[in-house]
Design a protein around this ligand. Structure first.
Ligand SMILES: Nc1nc2c(ncn2[C@@H]2O[C@H](COP(=O)(O)OP(=O)(O)O)[C@@H](O)[C@H]2O)c(=O)[nH]1
Ligand SMILES: [Mg+2]
Length: 359
């Protein structure tokens, strides 16, 4: 019952004569309705504000994504546009030219070949006749190739996200960004500082955890990463936290060590949190182009990667590697980073990505 309705209710009970009472009942009903209406309005307003805020952050991210992908767009579709001007009809010569453009735009050999093959088929069966149709065909093929977006699977409480990748790829930054997103979704997060290689790395993670307002479990520099994970799991259990995110050191140059270290962490998680939902996110730096794709291949030998976080898409012309990654590794890109700030990351949306390139 709303405030006004309660007031009338009180009056009603304090012994007025019947006529007043009846009136009061009428007013009470009306007041109740009004109050309910007012409550509904406030509720709706809050929801609208929330939705607006969500749309605003999505829109501003969309702008940043478009801005970030502008160089990729130029390298890829700008060049295709230029090339099309020089051709009268769609033929093998044109396909050859297109092949070169795709490869130099970091789409990668395997994906490029598949794209050209599909275009060739379309020319053969008459679906692609005019050069004006090339862009649309390309858009269709890329959309199909990138496929559906795949969000994080965090089905159990707690769930675990293990974050791996070479130094400088943006692991720590991504953990800050992802923590904040999860926190906003109402999840409680514990972060394990299992990159114990440098004290500075632990401090840096600490700063991000403060920004995201989540707890961090750490030990001193040089300690055993698996022991940090063990402590963090204990903290997660004690708190009843929803998600454990684990930062790791990425010393790919010492592959054997890295594999051992990741395997050891995996064993601790399996033992302490059997049946927990697990994500292993590989963090890649988009500015390194095909090199990032090779790294992904190396890491997939050492870990069961469930998703990729592709960072630094701002200011690189090498965004084409999204296609390359999908085609060559079949691992879904789950997040993209377009800047150094905490809100400069979003779940990868395949449709948005293609639109940002073509529109
Ligand atoms: N421009 C840009 N810089 C980024 C992005 N993500 C991370 N960085 C920067 O990349 C550098 C390395 O990031 P860090 O998280 O320390 O990488 P780590 O060694 O893998 O943990 C830092 O200077 C970050 O600010 C991004 O999406 N865009
Ligand atoms: Mg780091």
């Amino acid at each position: 019952m709303g405030f006004l309705a309660k007031m009338f209710d009180k009056n009603k009970k304090s012994g007025q004569d019947e006529s007043v009472d009846t009136k009061a009942v009428d007013i009470t009903d009306e007041a109740q309705e009004e109050t309910a209406e007012a409550e509904k309005t406030v509720d709706t307003a809050a929801k609208v504000a929330e939705a607006e805020e969500d749309t605003t952050t999505k829109q501003s991210f969309w702008k940043r994504l478009r801005g970030g992908l502008s160089k990729t767009k130029n390298a890829l579709l700008g060049s295709v546009d230029e090339m099309l001007k020089a051709f009268v009809k769609v033929d093998e010569d044109m396909l050859e030219e297109l092949e070169e453009i795709l490869i130099s735009a970091d789409v990668g050999m395997a994906a490029t070949e598949a794209i050209i093959e599909e275009l060739r088929d379309r020319i053969k069966d008459g679906r692609l006749k005019e050069k004006e149709q090339v862009m649309d065909a390309l858009r269709e093929i890329l959309t199909e190739m990138i496929g559906e977006s795949q969000p994080l699977t965090l089905d159990t409480k707690p769930s675990v996200i293990l974050v791996i990748g070479v130094n400088g790829a943006g692991k720590t930054t991504s953990i800050g960004k992802i923590s904040k997103r999860l926190k906003l979704q109402g999840k409680s997060v514990v972060v394990a500082a299992a990159d114990t290689f440098r004290a500075a790395a632990i401090d840096q993670l600490g700063v991000w955890c403060e920004r995201a307002d989540v707890d961090m479990i750490k030990q001193s520099e040089g300690s055993d990463p698996a022991a940090v994970v063990f402590d963090a799991i204990a903290a997660v259990k004690k708190k009843g936290a929803d998600v454990l995110i684990i930062d790791t050191a990425g010393r790919l140059q010492n592959k054997k060590n890295l594999m051992n270290e990741l395997a050891k962490i995996d064993r601790v998680i399996d033992r302490e949190l059997p049946g927990a939902s697990r994500e292993t996110l590989l963090v890649l730096d988009a500015t390194t182009g095909q090199n990032a794709v090779s790294q992904a291949k190396e890491f997939s030998n050492a870990a069961n990667i469930t998703g990729i976080t592709l960072n630094k898409l701002d200011g690189t012309a090498k965004g084409g590697i999204v296609i390359s990654i999908k085609k060559e590794l079949g691992i879904p890109v789950k997040f993209v980073g377009v800047g150094e700030k905490i809100d400069d990351m979003q779940e990868f949306d395949a449709a948005d990505f293609v639109s940002a390139l073509f529109e």
